[in-house]
Each structure stands twice: as structure tokens, then as C-alpha cells.
Design a protein around this ligand. Structure first.
Ligand code: NDP
Length: 258
């Protein structure tokens, strides 16, 4: 099989959490363009349904929306049931939903800390575990978790200790699952994006104000775009990456190089 053929995902069944918008939406579109059918998993059901309808029209694939809070084990079980009822299997899981709260460590409330850890780390655990259980029975599957460059560096000047800790946790969780499942056909990798122009940043006035400051120190002098993360996830999802597991892929325009 040639490399272009190996990059195709024809017939594969995938889910993408946080798929309604931003990085999730962009990556889900790429997975569908490569041939996969997709479950768009998000808390925001109207937006998820809008995205699913648009994506089905653009790609001709079977795309549907599922409302799910990734911090809820019950929701995640219901998500798995809905995907298996529709698709019969899960080949690719992009566990991507995440949030950020910027508060100094000495002022952060227990609730703020717990919220970030719950969504970013526990949410990835629950959704990757759910996918893993199905994939282990199948004997095949690829899980890709969204970490962040914040797993590798401490961003400045905004204070975001819970976010940074949660993302570092995602990388070790990824490596742990990768080792446990390596001989069973299930691969687990993570991506660590740099600053990407999505609502996570663009809809938060306190962060928008910092873009100029970040761009001054960014080697490429700009934010990344969600579509600049598409190829790495398509690669990790399919047979082209068959010997790749337990790895983290930094895609940050060299932001973490110094
Ligand atoms: P967005 O805020 O644009 O999109 C995140 C999506 O996740 C939203 O649709 C949101 O729904 C959904 N979501 C939030 N909480 C939950 C939950 N508990 N259950 C299910 N869905 C949920 O973010 P991005 O696309 O920018 O970020 C995607 C991932 O990439 C995150 O993990 C983020 O930490 C990571 N990342 C982002 C970077 C960036 O610069 N943008 C850089 C590095 C990593 P709702 O609208 O209802 O909240």
C-alpha cells in the first residue's frame, strides 16, 4: 500500500470531543475528508448539530452530533452507546474538549481548579478509556488526545496553573495508556498545539489583549490556525502511523524552542 493510500481513512468510524467548533471542528472536517464517518461530541448541542449538518454537506460522510459533557461518566457511556448503535465500531477517537481559566495560583478557588482538571484531564481519561474499551475488543484503534504546549512550558504573562498541570497530565496519561495497550492493537498519542486562533482565545477579551504580546516572542510572529493541526491528526488516526504510539507532537511554530 502506498503512503497516500495509508493516509486515507475510508470506512473508519471516529468521534471528536469539542467537535462543534475550533480545533475539534477543523480536525473532524479533515478526518471526514480523508474518508471517516464522524460523531461530533460536544456540550453545545445546537452548535454541534449545525457543525454536523455542514460537515456532512461538505464531505458526503455520515456525520451526527451527540450531546455529552466529557466530565460525566454517564454521559460518556451514553455517547459510546450512541456511536456503537450508529456506526457499530470506533476506529479513531480525538479526545480534544478543553477549557482554560486564568487566575493566579494564590487566588484560584477549589472550584476553578477542579473545573479545569475535570474537563481537561478527567474528560480525556473518560473518553479515551471509553474508546479504548471498544478498541481493545476490536483489536485495533487510534486515540489522539489534545494536550498543549502548556504541558511543556509555562505560558506568560497570563496565570494558568490548573491548565498547565492538566495538560502535562494528558501527556503522561497518553503514554500510560499507550504502554498498557501497545500489544493489543490500540495506539494512543497526543498533540501539543501552540496558540491557535479559536474562540478559546478570540472570545476571551483578557486573552485577545495578549495576542500582540505573544506574537512579539513567537518565532513565526503569529497564532496558528486550526487547519494547521489537521494533517498531524489524520496521520495519527490511520495506518501511516502504525509504529507511532505514546508520542506527543508539538505543533507550535517553534514557540517552545527557547
Ligand atoms: P474552543 O473553546 O474553541 O472549543 C472547545 C469546545 O469544547 C467547545 O465547543 C466547548 O463547548 C467544548 N467543551 C468544553 N467543555 C466541554 C465538556 N465538558 N464536554 C464536552 N465538550 C466541551 O477551544 P479550542 O478549539 O481552542 O480547544 C480545543 C482543545 O485544544 C482544548 O483541549 C484546548 O485546551 C486545546 N488547545 C487549544 C489551544 C489554543 O490556543 N486554542 C492551544 C493548545 C491547546 P462549549 O461551547 O459548550 O463550552
Amino acid at each position: 500500500m502506498g503512503i497516500i493510500e495509508k493516509m486515507r481513512l475510508d470506512g473508519k468510524k471516529a468521534f471528536v470531543t469539542g467537535g462543534a467548533r475550533g480545533i475539534g471542528k477543523s480536525v473532524a472536517t479533515a478526518l471526514a475528508e480523508a474518508g471517516a464517518d464522524i460523531a461530533i461530541v460536544d456540550m453545545d448541542m445546537p452548535e454541534a448539530e449545525k457543525t454536523a449538518k455542514w460537515m456532512a454537506g461538505e464531505t458526503g460522510r455520515d456525520i451526527f452530533a451527540i450531546k455529552c459533557d466529557v466530565t460525566s461518566p454517564e454521559d460518556v457511556n451514553a455517547m459510546t452507546d450512541a456511536i456503537l448503535a450508529r456506526f457499530g465500531r470506533i476506529d479513531v477517537a480525538f479526545c480534544n474538549a478543553g477549557i482554560c481559566i486564568n487566575v493566579p495560583a494564590d487566588e484560584m478557588t477549589f472550584e476553578q481548579w477542579k473545573k479545569v482538571i475535570d474537563v481537561n484531564l478527567t474528560g480525556v481519561f473518560l473518553t479515551a478509556q471509553a474508546a479504548g474499551k471498544v478498541m481493545l475488543k476490536q483489536g485495533s484503534g487510534s486515540i489522539i488526545n489534545t494536550a498543549s504546549m502548556s504541558a511543556h512550558i509555562v505560558n506568560v504573562p497570563q496565570p494558568q496553573c490548573a491548565y498547565n498541570a492538566s495538560k502535562a497530565g494528558v501527556i503522561q496519561l497518553t503514554k500510560s495508556m499507550a504502554i498498557e495497550w501497545a500489544k493489543k492493537g490500540v495506539r494512543v498519542n497526543s498533540i501539543s498545539p501552540g496558540y491557535i486562533g479559536t474562540e478559546l482565545i478570540l472570545a476571551a477579551p483578557h486573552l485577545t489583549a495578549l495576542i500582540e504580546e505573544w506574537n512579539k516572542i513567537a518565532p513565526m510572529g503569529r497564532l496558528g490556525r486550526p487547519d494547521e493541526l489537521q494533517a498531524i491528526v489524520v496521520y495519527l488516526a490511520g495506518d501511516a502511523s502504525s509504529f507511532t504510539t505514546g508520542s506527543d507532537f508539538v505543533v507550535d511554530g517553534a514557540f517552545t524552542c527557547f
